[in-house]
Ligand binder design. Structure first.
Ligand SMILES: [Mg+2]
Length: 379
C-alpha cells in the first residue's frame, strides 16, 4: 500500500530533475520605472520520470526567468526532496519541495525554482499520460487573449512607435502596454509625452495600458492619470510599490483605469493579502509556485470577485491560462516572446490578439532547442 507521502513503490517511476540556465542579451536597451537590464536569463528544468522498464521515457520541461543560481536550488535542494516520489503525484512533490524550502526561503529564487520544477512535473505527467497539458488541467477556453507588452522607458520615440504599430497594425493585437514612472517617477513630463505618443500611434485601434513598476508615490500616481485623462488609459499597473497595499487601494478608488499588481507574488498568502486592494490580480506561474499554486491563487481572486492576468513567460502560461475561468488576459512580453520563439519548437504567435492553446500534442507541445540555446548557456 502506498504511504502517506505518496512514495513510489519498488519498480515504479521516480522523479529526477536537471536544470540549466541561459543568458540572452536584449535586442535593445531595456528599462522600466525602477530597473534597467541588458540581458535576460531563462532557467530550464527537465523532469524525468525514471522508467519502470523499456522504451524512451517522456521528459517534462518547465522554466522561469531569474538568476542562474535558481538552477542550483533545483538540483541541490528540490531534487533530493522528490527523488523517491511518484512523478504522477504532483501535489505530493509540491509539498515536499515547499517543505525543503522552509529554511532557505520560499520567496525569491526558492519560489522561482519551485515554480519551474512544478511546471516541469505537470508537463511530465501530461506527457506520461499522452495528453495535452491543457486537457489534463481542463480548459475554459481554447484561445488565450493577450496584451502586447514592451514600450520600455529606454526606447526613443521611433522605437516605441515601430513596436506599437507592429503589434496593432501587423499582428492585430488590440491591447498594448508601455512602461512609465521613468527614473522612479522623476520624469513625469516624458512619461506623459510617451503615453500621448503611444495613443497617437495606436489611434482608436487598441486599448492603452501603462505600468509604472512601483515608480510613483500615491498622489503622484493619481495626478498622472488626471493629466492623461484624454488618453483613455485602461490599465494602470503598479502605480505605487506593490508592497504599499493601502496605496494601491487609494489609487484604485481615484482613477478610471483598472489598477493591477501581483507579479512579485511568490505564494498564496501574498495573493490573499493583495486582492482587497486591486481591480485585477496579476499572477506569474514562473514565480508563484507553478501551475499548482497558480490554480489556487486564481481561486482566491475569484472569491474576491476579481479576474486574474498572467504575467510574462507567455508559453509557460498558455495551458494554465486556458484552465482558469476568471482569466482576463496574458502578458505577451516582448523580451520573453523573443526568447521563447528562439528556444522552443512549437512556439506560437498571438496574431489577432489571442494565442492558441496546444490541444493536440502531449504536454505543452513544446520542445527545447538545445543546439540553438547552447551558445547562451551559463550553467
Ligand atoms: Mg509589470
Amino acid at each position: 500500500m502506498r504511504g502517506l507521502a505518496a512514495t513510489a513503490r519498488a519498480g515504479e517511476a521516480v522523479i529526477r530533475f536537471e536544470a540549466r540556465a541561459y543568458r540572452v542579451p536584449t535586442d535593445a536597451a531595456e528599462a522600466d520605472g525602477t530597473l534597467a537590464w541588458s540581458s535576460t536569463t531563462l532557467v530550464l528544468v527537465r523532469a524525468h520520470g525514471e522508467p519502470t522498464g523499456g522504451g524512451t521515457p517522456p521528459v517534462g520541461i518547465g522554466w522561469t526567468y531569474g538568476p542562474a543560481a535558481t538552477a542550483t536550488v533545483v538540483t541541490d535542494l528540490l531534487a533530493p526532496a522528490v527523488a523517491d516520489l511518484d512523478p504522477d503525484d504532483v501535489p505530493a512533490a509540491w509539498r515536499a519541495m515547499c517543505a525543503r524550502l522552509r529554511n532557505a526561503g520560499r520567496p525569491g529564487i526558492g519560489g522561482l525554482a519551485l515554480s519551474a520544477a512544478d511546471c516541469a512535473l505537470w508537463d511530465l505527467k501530461a506527457r506520461r499520460l499522452g495528453v495535452p497539458l491543457a486537457r489534463l488541467l481542463g480548459t475554459a477556453r481554447r484561445q488565450v487573449p493577450v496584451y502586447a507588452s514592451g514600450g520600455f522607458t529606454s526606447y526613443d520615440r521611433e522605437q516605441q512607435h515601430r513596436q506599437l504599430a507592429g503589434w496593432v497594425r501587423e499582428q492585430g493585437i488590440p491591447r498594448v502596454k508601455i512602461k512609465i514612472g521613468e527614473s522612479r517617477g522623476t520624469a513625469e513630463a516624458r512619461d506623459l509625452a510617451r503615453m500621448a505618443a503611444a495613443r497617437s500611434t495606436i489611434g482608436d485601434e487598441a486599448e492603452l495600458f501603462v505600468d509604472a513598476n512601483g515608480g510613483y508615490r500615491r498622489k503622484q500616481a493619481i495626478r498622472i492619470m488626471r493629466a492623461a485623462e484624454a488618453l483613455d488609459v485602461r490599465w494602470f499597473e503598479e502605480p505605487v510599490s506593490s508592497d504599499d497595499l493601502e496605496g494601491l487601494g487609494i489609487v484604485r478608488d481615484r482613477v478610471d483605469a483598472d489598477v493591477a499588481a501581483g507579479e512579485y507574488g511568490y505564494d498564496l498568502a501574498y495573493v490573499h493579502r493583495m486582492v482587497p486592494y486591486v481591480d485585477c490580480q496579476q499572477l506569474d506561474v514562473t514565480r508563484c509556485g507553478g501551475i499548482s499554486e497558480f490554480l489556487r491563487a486564481a481561486a482566491v481572486a475569484e472569491a474576491a470577485g476579481l479576474d486574474v492576468s498572467a504575467h510574462c513567460a507567455p508559453h509557460q502560461h498558455l495551458a494554465v491560462a486556458a484552465a482558469v475561468p476568471n482569466l482576463r488576459h496574458l502578458e505577451w512580453f516582448h523580451d520573453h516572446v523573443r526568447i521563447e520563439a528562439m528556444f522552443f519548437a512549437g512556439a506560437v504567435t498571438a496574431d489577432g490578439g489571442s494565442a492558441p492553446v496546444n490541444l493536440t500534442e502531449p504536454g505543452t507541445g513544446l520542445s527545447f532547442r538545445d543546439a540553438d540555446a547552447e551558445r547562451f548557456r551559463v550553467r
